[in-house]
Design a binder for this molecule. Structure first.
Ligand code: C5P
Length: 245
């Protein structure tokens, strides 16, 4: 079954209270399928925010980017899966063994193909990192080499996909194939402010490039009419999806 645009639109819930989170899920009801809960909101509000979103009918991408020793990450991912999140992520830089441990722990709780199994994602190189950032931590390789290399490593570990810049979709598809899931932030409709994002693509371009899911925050949250902004984004995604089939 092909996924509709709304199931591919992830709203970045970059707020710091249960009340604000609830307000956004309410406002975007029927438009956004998945809400991204990051470190700020989760640290402030805890698992309650995940429960609330799910009670309101939304799915959750728990964006906590785990990176620790294999056992610790595996146990954390299991707790995320128990919360009923749809997606959760780890840092690929944590290594093959760490990612394998996370996958194995989820496999025990929710065997592949079972309902309730979360999509396990890896972050390759943060888009805030440059060659300079990598060099300073002893990685002497260009970002364009590290991204596909880490994506492939994640895939070898059994991870389902990666979070990446829309500009990296092509590089990743070349090494990981079509079934690997790609989630892209850094998306801006043609008429929206860039905010602090630098190298962006429009929703249509990102879908055409082969992204599976788009993470979008301020183009919706800062719009005069957020529901209408979400509708326009969904329409653009739907036309691009139709062209892809
Ligand atoms: O408001 P905006 O659409 O820029 O929100 C994008 C969301 O995706 C934010 O929560 C941001 O932290 C996150 N993100 C990103 N770029 C990455 C990874 C995550 O913008 N490379």
């Amino acid at each position: 079954m092909t996924m509709e645009a709304r199931e591919r639109l992830i709203f970045a819930l970059d707020v710091d209270s249960l009340a604000e989170a609830e307000g956004w899920v309410q406002r975007l009801q029927g438009k956004v399928g998945i809400y991204k809960v990051g470190k700020q909101l989760f640290t402030r509000c805890g698992p309650q925010v995940v429960e609330n979103i799910r009670r309101q009918g939304g799915e959750v991408f728990l964006d906590l980017k785990y990176h620790d020793i294999p056992n610790t990450v595996a146990m954390a991912v299991v707790e995320a899966a128990r919360l009923g999140v749809k997606m959760v992520n780890v840092h690929a830089l944590g290594g093959l063994e760490m990612m394998q441990a996370a996958v194995a722990a989820v496999d025990r709780l929710f065997p592949r193909g079972s309902a309730g199994r979360p999509v396990l994602l890896a972050v390759t190189v943060l888009t805030s990192s440059t060659a300079e950032t990598l060099r300073a931590v002893g990685i002497d390789r260009p970002v364009e080499e590290m991204v596909p290399r880490l994506a492939r490593l994640a895939q070898q570990a059994g991870i389902d996909g990666v979070v990446a810049s829309p500009r990296e979709v092509d590089l990743i598809r070349r090494v990981c194939g079509e079934a690997f899931q790609i989630v892209t932030p850094g998306v801006r409709p043609a008429d929206a402010s860039l905010d602090d994002q630098k190298r962006v693509m429009t929703p249509g371009e990102a879908i055409t490039a082969g992204a599976d899911y788009l993470v979008i925050g301020r183009p919706i949250s800062a719009a005069a009419d957020p529901a209408a902004a979400a509708d326009r984004i969904l329409q653009e995604m739907a036309s691009a999806l139709a062209g892809r089939r």
